[in-house]
Design a protein around this ligand. Structure first.
Ligand SMILES: Cc1cc2nc3c(=O)[nH]c(=O)nc-3n(C[C@H](O)[C@H](O)[C@H](O)COP(=O)(O)OP(=O)(O)OC[C@H]3O[C@@H](n4cnc5c(N)ncnc54)[C@H](O)[C@@H]3O)c2cc1C
Length: 457
């Protein structure tokens, strides 16, 4: 396997993952590095950073998919951007293995590594889950979910068999955390408005189901807000099952721990995240949840102290929460932390590169939570201030419109919202995105037109 050495003979700072943390950290590094001081290399399987908090609105059609992602090369001018996966990390010898999708794997050396590979869906070994469910961690999943749900309406509108139709129109969401509730509420909103376009369907034909293992939803908000969210969803006709587990979904036949069983063509899994499993193929110190262990200054630390040249934050790291507000003493995995950790991380990596011994500590007291629950509906909690309905929805849009990186994305997202408010958002699926050559192949296989005898003079 080829080893790619840093050809420019300057130290390489390798950022594994160009998501929220990786992008903003790399931007801060590029801004503050001296000329020729170091090479910044960002490796990510996607050529873009995905603003994950917008995925529910992308699924609902309120935001165009390309507006919710930020191109890495355009926004990391001066960095080396590699579109590929890091598949193993050998920090002892300071190199990683990199696998491009359509090329041979190679090894890449580095001086400093920043682990910013985020998290993946925490799937449980439930029969049928991995065969039938979909999660929401990528822009492609948001697009696929939207097209799938809306095309189920079109299919069901032509079905005569009641059981088949009921299955097509039953949408099950497992996990009542923040992201799961936002996604369910956004999709329910768009599906209900789409139903009105079909003569053969009524709202009563559509069934949305939430399955949550705990006795409450959205641990990110207070008890009263969480109770209101459940009441609000029930008023909208959503079946909310609390203290209930999904036990089986083999062949899309759903079995709940309550004993209830039914068929559902759509099963969405939003029951939490775990640190990126790439870390398991590394020699970095991990905690029992698979996260890299770091100090509050974001230097990786193991049993024998600080691991020189290794740094981490965001969803793939156990970052001590010095504000005292974290779960088990650590920062919860959210964008609010990732974006604030990034400048601290960049400053400390630069200090390390320059041989300094003073490092900044990461400290952030959470400012609260804002969630959209469909058009003009939301819930929020900022300390003791609780908002519901239109105000919370406006707060959600204002905050995330501001928080998505880069000015051009902010303009596109706000522009999209304004246009949709004026002309309405679309509720139709795009067909055959996974088989784009279908029509051409059909055309190529089609019968030639019969030859006609030309009339003789
Ligand atoms: C649907 C949804 C809604 C959310 N809503 C909110 C919200 O409203 N508010 C909030 O604060 N937080 C929210 N979050 C959480 C928030 O988005 C994350 O906590 C945040 O993005 C974490 O940043 P990160 O950089 O650690 O990880 P990510 O942003 O996930 O970035 C990780 C990057 O690593 C890359 N990567 C993965 N594997 C590899 C590999 N092997 N090699 C190289 N690169 C790799 C990925 O492609 C990705 O670009 C939401 C999350 C989801 C899924």
């Amino acid at each position: 396997m080829a080893l790619i050495r840093n050809s420019k003979l300057r130290p390489r700072i390798l950022v594994v993952g160009g998501g929220y943390l990786g992008l903003v950290t790399a931007q801060n590094l590029l801004k503050n590095l001296g000329r020729g001081e170091a090479t910044v290399t960002v490796v990510d399987p996607n050529p873009y950073m995905t603003y994950l908090p917008f995925l529910p609105e992308v699924a609902a059609g309120s935001i165009e998919p390309r507006h919710a992602v930020v191109p890495l090369r355009r926004n990391l001018s001066g960095a080396e951007v590699i579109t590929a996966k890091v598949t193993s990390i050998n920090h002892g010898d300071k190199f990683v293995t990199v696998e491009p999708e359509n090329d041979e794997a190679f090894e890449l050396d580095y001086d400093h590594i920043i682990m910013a590979a985020g998290s993946v869906a925490r799937a449980l070994p439930i029969p049928g889950l991995k065969e039938n469910a979909i999660a929401l961690k990528r822009i492609e999943e948001a697009v696929a979910l939207r097209d799938h749900l809306l095309s189920r309406l079109a299919d069901a509108s032509l079905m005569e068999d009641d059981d088949e139709r009921r299955k097509a129109l039953t949408f099950v969401f497992v996990g009542g955390g923040f992201a799961g509730i936002e996604l369910l509420a956004e999709l329910e909103d768009v599906v209900r408005s789409a139903v009105a376009q079909y003569e053969t369907l009524t709202e009563a034909d559509v069934r949305f189901v939430l399955v949550e293992a705990l006795e409450r939803v959205m641990p990110e908000v207070g008890e009263a807000q969480a109770r209101w969210v459940v009441e609000h969803m029930r008023e909208r006709g959503i079946d909310v099952y609390l203290e209930t587990f999904l036990q089986d979904c083999t062949d899309k036949h759903v079995k709940l721990s309550s004993g209830e069983e039914f068929d559902a063509d759509t099963i969405v899994w939003s029951a939490g995240v775990k640190a990126n499993p790439i870390l398991v193929d590394s020699d970095l110190p991990l905690d029992e949840r698979g996260r890299v262990t770091v100090r509050a200054d974001l230097r990786v630390e193991g049993d024998n102290g600080v691991v020189e040249g290794a740094w981490a934050a965001g969803d793939n790291a156990a970052v001590p929460d010095l504000s005292g507000g974290g779960v088990g003493g650590y920062c919860v995995p959210n964008a609010q932390h990732a974006v604030r950790q990034a400048p601290v991380l960049a400053a400390n990596v630069l200090a390390g590169l320059r041989g300094e011994t003073e490092f900044k500590q990461y400290f952030h007291k959470t400012i609260g939570t804002v969630a959209g629950l469909g058009l003009y509906k939301g819930v929020s909690q900022m300390g003791d201030f609780e908002a519901r309905g239109v105000l919370a929805w406006l707060m959600h849009r204002a905050y995330h419109g501001y928080a998505i990186p880069t000015v051009d994305r902010k303009v596109k997202v706000f522009g999209n919202w304004i246009l949709n408010a004026i002309v309405g958002r679309d509720a139709m699926p795009l067909a055959d995105l996974d088989v784009p050559r279908k029509n051409f192949v059909e055309a190529a296989n089609s019968k030639p037109a019969p030859k006609k005898e030309t009339a003789k003079a």
